[in-house]
Design a protein around this ligand. Sequence first.
Ligand code: BTN
Length: 274
Amino acid sequence: MCEENLKHTTIDTEITPLSAEVISSYLGDGDGWGPVAVYEQIDSTNLELKRRGASGATPGTVILAESQTQGRGRLGRNFFSPRGSGIYCSILLAPTDKTEEIVLITTAAAVAVCRGIEAVTGKKVEVKWVNDIYLNGKKICGILTEAMTNSTTGEIDGIVLGIGINCNAVFPEELQEIAGNLRCKDGTAVERNRLVAEILKELSSLKTMIQTRSFLSEYKERSMLLGKWVTILQEPESRYRAIDIAENGALVLEDPHGKLRWLSTGEVSVRITE
Ligand code: BTN
């Protein structure tokens, strides 16, 4: 990787390149991930994994990129993905025939990512329903889970779990208020290969976490919404208190009159108002 290029988009100049070999060396044989491929630049690791899935890639395949030209976020948003300054990673999971499980995959994966981050950086991170991870009030990670639908049969052939983590990015002005970087407790840059491996290790138990809902209590403990008044961005006049995360991963809201509402599709965003 060209060091000169890195200087313009990252805080640190000494960034260890992402490496499939290094990541694999951190993983145990029993973790079940691979093959792992690293791209210098790609449109989107989620899109690439869908393309690979359509041509026979197997569950467990992991794609990483040093930069993305069309990094995708939830609700059609972009995910800022400059060169060498983050982790842009997509993982192919076995298909599920229940589309409602996608919210559970996202929420369980969020817990796995938080655990990986804490193991590597020593920093305590929080979750904002449904798919965002925050450090010190700023978003440092987003998760985008997408079904891979077979164009001929219409069936779901696999699930693409996309994880984007900001490590050392210099953000454009419009993102500076909301986006942050993950750094280690001593202020040094995150060792990205190790972080990817730790997250993959945590994700090894994703299926069990979802089946047993064992992640839910931790998701709630890490939630930055529970107990707070929130508004649904798509309904600017709305006012609710976020009171729980349901067994199906839905955010449970209570309006000022005590009426409950469940947000489960993930097609909305909420913002804390108090
Ligand atoms: C969000 O913030 O709404 C979700 C962001 C998800 C970004 C990751 S980066 C790797 C993968 N490839 C993409 O195009 N998106 C996800």
